[in-house]
Design a protein around this ligand. Structure first.
Ligand SMILES: O=C(O)[C@@H](CO)OP(=O)(O)O
Ligand SMILES: [Mn+2]
Ligand SMILES: [Mn+2]
Length: 557
């Protein structure tokens, strides 16, 4: 029973305490067969290549997608949230996507406090639904939106406005058109039933609303202006036309579409958010909705001029931050990720330093700690953020801040003030999402350079390293047919794959502090990211708690 569990960890029978352990998470770094569209393979990555030579004793693959990380099915690609949750928590939890599926299927979503709360606005107000429109399943899913639209109308919503964010990151670029068509179809059906339902505004996810970790509040402001104030540089009478027209710009893509509002024949916005309305942000994933949640919920707010703060009833699909209790109303209770390795290690005196650049900062802190902000023990932990580049797509500067993050980690290791030094290196993922193959190759090389800096520091202090990844991305950059051949259009061009993948990820251990005889077990062929936490605890000299997924290592002599 959870209550009976103690925080104190037993000493490992064979492994010593007191080694510096560096945990490096390469974001978006999966394993796939050599291929011209495998940017990790094409890039010059001597450090990672050398680690692979340690197979099978000190290098292996682990699962990073689907049910291994708590997603609904094994067709679900991995992502940073569930990946870092699993890495940090050492246990597999049913994740937001699955919890929402279950609440919708059982109808319990409509009986919960959150829905009852927003329902009070249905009589006299509009229900606004804001979120990512695709079937990517990383932040949201269109089938969940469809069910929610139907359910809300059956439970009294008379006027509904959807504020869409086009994707092109978890799904192919250009698929926004198809998803808008699907949604328009559903809304038309609702209108036939007498519900006044329309799309009210939109924009590309990376340019409108879905910033994260407070990298650039202007992104949220653009969304606010369109969604709340009904103001945007582009105005259209319907969303399909909007998306098609805006995509005509040769530089346009779904991720970065400019904001637009839908207006009536007289040019008036059809769906501003007004006093008395209800708002639901229908993404289940937190990181890219928390900033909007703050703007919608906080009375005191100085990140941008909201101009008008409507008095609304607001609920998140989930509660996005359990520590901040944000938003205070939500439709589905989030997974309660408990007893994470960070919390255990803090109780056992381990001093931790975590670092990443802004765009991944919450990954090695908030997600790692089970969607919890802040420190477990401020005397033992230090989290440091390197500001990310702002306002450019990452293919324009594919090296990102990899070296800067690695140098921080190096200094933390050499300072001997920390037992664990944990970083996320973002390039494979962030540049991979742009679909730019040349840039991704440069990004992968930069990530390899960063790992070298960290491993050199570990060498100097006699420490141990664990190098792994949270899910695939850069190792497969092209849309393929069923047999795995790149799909080409009639002009012979391939369609870049901007999304994550279903591939496994590598994990390597080593360093002078790793006792001889430590090697990966051979009896866990299906191990996944959740097995890493117990492994890391062992490397710190502790036995892992028995409710954790088993350790990947054994000591043979
Ligand atoms: O950028 C993001 O939000 C996701 C993809 O939707 O990537 P990651 O899970 O790696 O953060
Ligand atoms: Mn990631
Ligand atoms: Mn990603």
């Amino acid at each position: 029973m959870a209550e009976a569990r103690r925080w104190e960890l037993g000493a490992h029978r064979r492994l010593e305490k007191g080694k510096v352990v560096s945990v490096v998470v390469l974001d978006g770094w999966g394993e796939a067969a050599p291929d011209p569209f495998n940017c990790i393979h094409v890039a010059d990555t001597p450090t990672l290549d050398a680690l692979k030579k340690g197979a099978p004793e000190r290098w292996r693959l682990i699962k990073a997608h689907g049910t291994a990380v708590g997603l609904p099915t094994d067709d679900d690609m991995g992502n940073s949230e569930v990946g870092h949750n699993a890495l940090g928590a050492g246990q597999i939890y049913a994740q937001g996507a699955k919890l929402v599926d279950m609440a919708l299927a059982s109808g319990k979503i409509y009986e919960g406090e959150g829905f009852k709360y927003i329902q009070q606005s249905f009589e006299n107000g509009t229900l606004h639904l804001i979120g990512l429109l695709s079937d990517g399943g990383v932040h949201s899913r269109i089938d969940q939106l469809q069910l929610l639209l139907k359910g809300a109308s059956e439970h009294g919503a008379k006027r509904i406005r959807v504020h869409i964010l086009t994707d092109g990151r978890d799904v192919l670029d250009g698929s926004s058109v198809k998803f808008v068509e699907m949604l328009e179809n559903d809304l038309a059906k609702l209108r036939e039933k007498g519900v006044d339902a329309r799309i009210a505004s939109g924009g590309g996810r990376m340019y409108v609303t879905m910033d994260r970790y407070e990298n650039d509040w202007q992104v949220v402001k653009r969304g606010w202006d369109a969604q709340v104030l009904g103001e945007a540089p582009h105005k259209f009478q319907n969303a399909l036309e909007a998306v098609k027209k805006l995509r005509e710009d040769p530089k346009a893509n779904d991720q970065y579409l400019p904001p637009f509002v839908i207006v009536d024949e007289r040019g008036r916005p059809v769906g501003q958010i007004m006093d008395g309305d209800a708002v639901v942000t229908f993404n289940f994933r937190a990181d890219r909705m928390v900033m909007l949640a703050k703007a919608l919920e906080y009375k005191n707010f100085d990140k941008f001029d909201r101009v008008r703060l409507p008095e609304i009833r607001y609920a998140g699909m989930l509660q996005y931050d359990g520590e901040l209790k944000l938003p205070s109303h939500f439709l589905v209770a989030p997974p309660e990720i408990e007893r994470t390795s960070g919390e255990y290690l803090a109780h056992n005196g381990i001093r931790t330093y975590a670092c990443s650049e802004t765009v991944k900062f919450g990954h090695v802190t908030f997600f790692w700690n089970g969607n919890r902000s802040g420190y477990f023990n401020p005397n033992l932990e230090k989290y440091e953020e390197i500001p990310s580049d702002i306002g450019i797509p990452f293919n324009e500067h594919p090296k990102m801040k990899a070296v800067e993050v690695a140098e921080k980690a190096r200094d933390a290791i050499l300072s001997r003030k920390y037992d664990q030094v944990r970083v996320n290196i973002a390039n494979g993922d962030m540049v991979g999402h742009t679909g730019d193959i040349q840039a991704t190759i440069i990004g992968c090389k930069a990530a390899d350079d960063a790992v070298k800096i960290i491993l050199d520091a570990i060498e100097q202090v006699g420490g141990i390293f664990v190098v792994t990844a949270d899910h695939g991305n850069a190792e497969d950059m092209v849309k393929r047919d069923k047999s795995g051949k790149p799909l080409r259009d009639k002009d012979g061009n391939v369609q870049p794959l901007t999304s994550h993948t279903l591939n496994p990820v590598p994990i390597a251990i080593g360093g002078p502090g790793l006792q001889s005889g430590v090697r990966f077990r051979s009896d866990l062929p299906n191990a996944g990211l959740a097995n890493v936490a117990a492994t890391v605890m062992n490397l710190h000299g502790f036995e892992a708690p028995d409710h954790y997924e088993p350790t990947l290592i054994e000591v043979t002599n």
